[in-house]
Design a protein around this ligand. Structure first.
Ligand code: EPU
Length: 337
């Protein structure tokens, strides 16, 4: 195992922030992972996946462990479905493309989401009507204290909107090493109700879409709305969409009759943070190299040389202004270090 000193993390976070890791190690197998975890207290380790959901505001004075466990395998094959296990370091989008190539359905709506497989259950990634909780069968994780590998069922992950047990009760106690998905082999249950997908399929005259058609539609929609982290540093949605009670919703709707919203339950309504931020006047806002994306106000961007702390300050200004205008608190979705 090679531990490197003073390594720039710029290539390892999708915001493209140039902070230094005091120590850096790439881990390609489970034994090496166990060894490094055994030899160091967990608070000395900083586990890094695809770096797509983090804002680094300072140098990391720890051992940054870049999880690079690779491999995709079918672990169960029945007439109607397959269970496919992917190791944590596999790139998520490459995995989606692999599923489509094999005609395994279920993850096509989640095409082009940046990041690695290992982090998908942690924040229950979701897009265009599908969340990881809808397709995940189980996942395996290393207990950082006992070094045991524990398997979690879908129910044990306690999934919620961008939430799981790994962000709450079990935070920092486990390292996700693999995830198993239950995918359809035929009679795929396609999710095309989402307006933008419907529109994209119609525009291409597709009336009986395949999972590949859906993936292509999602890729086209994302490319038109979301900045490519390879060109403009970003971390996808910076904030979560807030969920408010019915009373708050009705008060807001009174002032903004065309406000988009989704009913979550009898007394809960989700409001798009992108709309709140745009209506607060921040869409396309730029301060130095830190900015709010021009097409999707939910996404904060680094135009080149922004520092993490500037992006953090911008996010706090946005939170304050949205609160002043609407009385709603919007929480960051990305992890800030
Ligand atoms: N909207 C605006 N202005 C904006 C952005 C959005 O008015 O700048 C409005 C849209 O017009 C639409 C509504 O807000 O009426 C919702 O917008 P959109 O469909 O683009 O989705 P979102 O709620 O902004 C969520 C996810 C995205 C995911 C999309 C599509 C969260 C935090 N974000 O965004 O996830 O791709 O839905 O399903 O839930 C991510 O997590 O990184 C991510 C990109």
């Amino acid at each position: 195992m090679n531990i490197h000193e003073n390594v720039s993390l710029k290539p390892y976070n999708t915001f493209g922030l140039d902070v230094q890791a005091k120590y850096f190690i790439e881990i390609k197998n489970l034994n090496d992972l166990k060894e490094i975890v055994k030899a160091n207290k967990s608070d000395k380790l900083f586990i890094l996946g695809g770096g797509s959901n983090m804002l680094l505001t300072q140098d990391i004075n720890k051992i940054v462990v870049k999880l690079d466990l690779q491999g995709i395998s079918v672990v169960e094959d029945s007439d109607n479905y397959v269970l496919v296990e992917a190791q944590a370091g596999e790139n998520w989008h490459e995995f989606v493309l692999w599923c489509i190539e094999h005609n395994y359905g279920g993850v096509e709506n989640l095409s082009l989401i940046p990041g690695n497989v290992g982090t998908t259950p942690i924040q229950n990634i979701g897009a265009y009507g599908v969340e990881i909780k809808d397709v995940m069968h189980s996942c395996k994780a290393l207990n950082v204290k006992t070094l045991e590998i524990v398997e979690f069922t879908n129910a044990q992950c306690e999934f919620g909107y961008r939430e799981s047990i790994f962000k709450n009760e079990l935070k920092d106690q486990y390292i996700l090493i693999s995830t198993t998905y239950r995918l359809t082999k035929e009679n795929h249950s396609l999710k095309i109700e989402y307006g933008a997908i419907k529109g994209e399929l119609e525009a291409n005259n597709i009336t009986s879409p395949t999972i590949k058609d859906i993936s292509d539609a999602v890729i086209a929609i994302r490319e038109s709305k979301l900045p490519n982290p390879k060109e403009i540093g970003n971390s996808g949605s910076f904030f979560k969409n807030p969920i408010v009670d019915k009373e708050t919703f009705l008060r807001l709707q009174n002032g903004y009759p065309s406000m988009p919203h989704y009913i979550v339950s009898e007394n809960e309504v989700k409001i798009p943070a992108g709309w709140l931020i745009e209506t607060s006047g921040f869409k396309g806002y730029r301060l130095g190299d830190a900015g709010v994306h021009t097409q999707q106000a939910l996404v904060l961007v680094n135009y080149g040389k922004a520092e993490g702390i500037q992006i953090k300050k911008l996010s706090e200004t946005i939170q304050r202004e949205v609160f002043n205008l609407f009385g709603i608190k919007i929480d960051a979705e990305v992890n800030i270090f």
